[in-house]
Design a protein around this ligand. Sequence first.
Ligand SMILES: [Zn+2]
Length: 263
Amino acid sequence: MKRNMLKDYKEQIQDADLVLVGIGRELRADRVIDFKKAITNEHYQNLIDKEDEDSKWMRTVYEREYLLSMKETDLFKELNEVLEGKEYFVVTSNDDGLLYHTHLKKDHVTAPCGNGDFFQCSAPCDEQLYPANLGLRDLIDYYEKTGKIEHLECPKCGKQLIFNVRTEETKSIYIEGAYLNSWASYTKWLQNTLNKKLFILELGEGFEVPSLFRWPFEKMAFYNEKATFVRVHHSLYQIGKEIKEKGIGIKMDSRDFLNIAHE
Ligand SMILES: [Zn+2]
């Protein structure tokens, strides 16, 4: 039997003491949710295919608002099923907050690149974070009443507010703060993995921020004698020869691996 779907690893995962999961770009919200179908609002629909900066921003506003207010999704159902009853932790390089809207244990998820649930000053003039949901609602109401696309201003210095997420463009101004508690839980959890039968599952992570978990996972697989390592990616699935005996690289889109429907 060819073992190439998540469910094929269920037994091995259930047999592990601890399960460490990394979730990367292949499972980003815009790759697993078709916003064009999901957001039926006519104002949003009219923005689709417009390529000017304002329209793109306004689409982002609708999409972020959709993500923040969505109910718990079953998208990661298969992941949930294999993790059932296990002690696990999930780290993601995505900044969409999606994992907090799944059935995963919220206090066992960390998202160091942000969740889109806060705004911050683009200067930034201080470390203040502003809840995003109210601001997004304001922008949407204003746009639907007047047809005008606006940005929010920092109440302290008047510069534009931006999402408190870490991207290539924002990495030098990103205010760390919102994720630090969950990150502390994560690092504490990791200390506990030594000498445990650890199953490491890396899904769809490329090289955008390899120091976040791609490289650390390889290191853990190498140093932990009882580790098993599974890396899934449509093109960056290769694993080093030092961990070949403990691991496998699966050449597959992580959405297919988790059985998530997509175009
Ligand atoms: Zn400011």
